[in-house]
Write a protein that binds this ligand. Structure first.
Ligand code: HEM
Length: 423
């Protein structure tokens, strides 16, 4: 059948190599991908101060939307005691090796390093007021997530599976060279790796990886969908700009906060009982289903999901008994701009179709506010819409993990103190 097509099996192979990780997965991937990866910079000090400055270095689709890198890994790291200068130097050296090895782009490697509230607890001083970094907590009545508390988290992203794997092996001290650049120091000389997660996003990858829990056996995920639920979710006008999510002042100016949840998807009903119109209504809004505004995965929408055509969520909910996910969230924009820069990706971690919902925002409270809007309690309290049923896409999502992190500016990313000092 069509899935035996060579390109498809190659993509599936590469994704599962990233999911497995390690030296043999890397060797197999390098054989298979056989790409020449652009080198990084000679002077890592020349890279942008914002670790999250990715947008200018991402691929773009025909409508100008930034396309996320296709392969991702998340490493949870633990650090014992109070940071020493020697450890800071090791961390800096390990990270700069990656910046010398790979171009700062989707074709090379994009990455961030973040620190959790648990990390900052070891210091007497508090984080400055400009940094809003509470412990993670459940954000709806229906969830009981594991509250992640590693000290640090690394997010690696590239269009090439072999780059994600090689960079990870270099950080773990398992490579002498990364893209022909010598690896002198490993992150694992200082940290231990507590957990690894992985994923993918982009045309074809979800369809190739639908033989997993939470997806009906009928293999319903559209071949060209970038995400399991079948629609694009990276419209420029629905994303916060990098400026909007950047901390403006103080020691961590040019930093951002990062929320990382893991969500299990249950797509049985989504694909088997719901028809396309009801999927469009729940994801975007009923008005879009009526007008046929969304074709296929939504490419025809250009750079905006046109949420201004959706109408008032409460009115739609009363009249139609259903309200759209994006329709509800549009109400959280400030001065017309969304608060979150979503860099989420799909995953088969845990043997189930899932999403690592990674979002950047200036303050964690921005994330919490948007998540509250997604709960839509105001709508379900006063209309036929259920608390989860017909309430956007809530019914199909189960949050399993939540974690909050601070991405310091690049020059302060090596074991910072709460004052932002290096020592
Ligand atoms: C996990 C499965 C999810 C899927 C498949 C999904 C998909 C989508 C889609 C298709 C849109 C419409 C347009 C666009 O993205 O550019 C959207 C919008 C949005 N979603 Fe989600 N979403 C998911 C979960 C979440 C979660 C957990 C949050 C955070 C609380 C969230 C926040 C947003 C925001 C802020 C918008 C933009 C609203 C605006 O334009 O103002 N989404 N999502």
């Amino acid at each position: 059948m069509h899935r035996e097509n060579r390109g498809v099996s190659r993509r599936a192979f590469l994704q599962s190599a990233v999911a497995i990780g390690g030296a043999s997965a890397l060797a197999a991937c390098m054989d298979r991908e056989d790409v020449s990866v652009p080198a990084g910079v000679e002077d890592p000090g020349s890279l942008p101060s914002r670790q999250h400055a990715w947008n200018e270095h991402l691929d773009r689709d025909d409508a100008g939307n930034a396309l996320p890198p296709r392969h991702h890994a998340l490493l949870h790291l633990e650090y014992d005691g109070l940071p020493t200068d020697a450890d800071r130097e090791t961390v800096t050296s390990a990270l700069r090796t990656l910046e010398r090895a790979y171009e700062w782009s989707s074709d090379g490697l994009l990455f961030t390093v973040g620190y959790s509230p648990a990390y900052f607890e070891r210091f007497d001083a508090d984080l400055p007021d400009a940094v809003d970094l509470p412990e993670p907590r459940p954000l709806s009545d229906f969830e009981d997530p594991v509250l992640d508390d590693p000290d640090a988290i690394v997010h690696l992203a590239s269009n090439h599976a072999s780059v994600v794997l090689e960079a990870e092996e270099a950080l773990r001290g398992n490579r002498d060279a990364a893209n022909d650049v010598a690896v002198d120091d490993a992150l694992t000389d200082v940290f231990s790796v507590a957990e690894r997660r992985s994923g993918f996003v982009g045309e074809g990858l979800p369809a190739d990886n639908q033989d997993t829990g939470g997806v009906p056996d009928s293999e319903p995920v559209p071949e060209d969908a970038p995400l399991y639920m079948g629609f694009k979710s990276d419209f420029e006008k629905s994303q916060a700009s990098e400026d909007r999510v950047t901390i403006q002042s103080g020691a961590f100016a040019d930093g951002a906060t990062q929320h990382v949840s893991h969500i299990d998807l249950n797509l049985q009903q989504w694909y088997e009982q719901d028809d396309r119109d009801s999927r469009v209504a729940q994801m975007f809004c009923p008005a879009h289903a009526d007008s046929g505004a969304v074709e296929r995965t939504g490419e025809n929408l250009g750079d905006s999901p046109r949420l201004e055509d959706c109408g008032d969520p409460a009115e739609t909910a009363s009249e139609r008994g259903v309200v759209g996910h994006a329709q509800k969230l549009e109400g959280t924009r400030e001065d017309g701009e969304p608060l979150l820069l979503r860099r989420d990706f799909d995953s088969t971690d845990g043997g189930n179709a899932g999403v690592h919902f990674l979002a950047l925002q200036r303050e964690i409270s921005d994330f919490e506010r948007v998540r509250e809007a997604m709960n839509g309690d105001d709508v379900s309290d006063s209309t036929p819409v259920g608390r989860r049923q017909n309430n956007g896409i809530r019914q199909y999502l189960s949050v399993t993990h939540r974690g909050n992190y601070l991405l310091p500016p690049r020059q302060r990313r090596a074991l910072p103190t709460p004052e932002g000092a290096d020592a």
